[in-house]
Design a binder for this molecule. Structure first.
Ligand code: DAH
Length: 341
């Protein structure tokens, strides 16, 4: 029996050495120590032993069991750490591997131009003002000295709200001028970018929704010279250092005198090209000295204060700057088109 026990011990130790995984280990535990295992079989035969032999064999059997158990435990630890090692290896990150680059979008060309123009004026000390897109006819027309029979007031051109001629979608950003002046805080130096609405059919140069940027400066002693100086600087910043400007007489109900400003073509320098339609000049904005009646209606004394104002279409400026020939391209969000800017 002694020999048998020794044999079991040696066999168990030998088998355990070859155990490759936890499953194999468990099978060995059952084989040697389980209810029907080798050791249990021996112990079952103990009843036949003499009184003297029993404690000796019992002790030996215990030793064998302990040895097998401790070997089992040892092997288990070893296998577990090996498994862990394999897992860690599989999970290591190769930091030298080239990354997957994400496709980044960028600002829409309109947004780029609006940001650009805003920054130019902010740099000259202007503040940004805002007004509602659903506007009172009073601010959009009356307070800007636009008479009742002016074509812009026709229902063909203006979106009125529910047919009520007092409420409309603003047709220009100029009503923001009036709202700012009415607040009574002087001097004033603001720009007001925003959406405007006109009842136009969509084509290459028209859209029922578009964007304008309004400017207004009011203080004591403001002259046409201030207007020309400010807008000449603006044109150079927007179109380049060598840009020249010229002012052509024009008419707006809310300014007197009024003018339109052209900038020398940034694409050809004034020689004539596709961008300026061979004229050498591009039309940039409308402007003028704020009409005394407009100042007065907003509660500002025109005998003490004067001001200049200007307004430009932002789609048009964007199209000029990037030589885009069709306005619709700015709204269609075709990624292939937008990627160029
Ligand atoms: N509101 C004018 C328009 O929609 C643009 C404009 C012209 C605004 C002259 C001004 C200005 O403030 O002085 O065509």
């Amino acid at each position: 029996m002694k020999d048998k026990l020794k044999e079991i011990k040696e066999l168990a130790v030998e088998n355990l050495k070859g155990a490759e995984n936890l499953k194999a280990l468990e099978d060995l535990r059952v084989k040697f120590l389980g209810k029907k295992g080798e050791l249990t079989k021996i112990l079952k035969g103990m009843g036949e032993l003499s009184k003297e032999e029993r404690p000796v064999i019992g002790q030996l059997a215990n030793e064998v069991r302990e040895t097998i158990e401790s070997k089992l435990e040892e092997t288990k630890k070893f296998l577990l750490s090996k498994e862990q090692e394999i897992k860690i290896k599989a999970e290591t990150i190769d930091v030298t591997m080239p990354g997957k680059s994400k496709i980044l979008g960028h600002k829409h060309p309109m947004t780029q131009v609006i940001d650009n123009i805003k920054n130019i004026f902010i740099g000259m000390g202007y503040e940004i003002a805002e007004g509602p897109e659903v506007e009172l006819a009073h601010y959009n027309f009356e307070a800007l000295n636009i008479p009742k029979d002016h074509p812009a007031r026709d229902e063909q051109d203006t979106f009125y709200i529910n047919g009520n001629l007092d409420f409309l979608l603003r047709t220009q950003t100029s009503p923001v001028q009036v709202r700012v002046m009415e607040k009574g805080k002087l001097p004033i130096k603001i720009i007001a970018p925003g959406r405007v609405y006109r009842s136009d059919e969509v084509d290459a140069t028209h859209s029922p929704i578009f964007h304008q940027l309004e400017g207004l400066v009011v203080d004591k002693g403001i002259t046409m010279g201030d207007l020309k100086g400010a807008l000449a600087v603006f044109a150079k910043e927007l179109f380049g250092e060598n840009t020249k400007v010229r002012f052509r007489p024009h008419h707006f109900p809310f300014t007197e005198p009024s003018a339109e400003m052209d900038a020398s073509c940034f694409a050809c320098g004034g020689k004539g090209c596709r961008v300026c339609k061979d004229s050498g000049w591009i039309e940039v904005l409308g402007c003028g000295m704020v009409h005394p009646k407009v100042l007065e209606m907003a509660g500002i004394n025109p005998d003490i204060y004067s001001g200049f104002a200007f307004g430009m279409g932002l789609e048009r400026v964007t199209m000029q700057k990037y030589a885009i020939s069709d306005l619709r391209l700015l709204y269609e969000n075709d990624v292939k088109f937008l990627k160029q800017f």
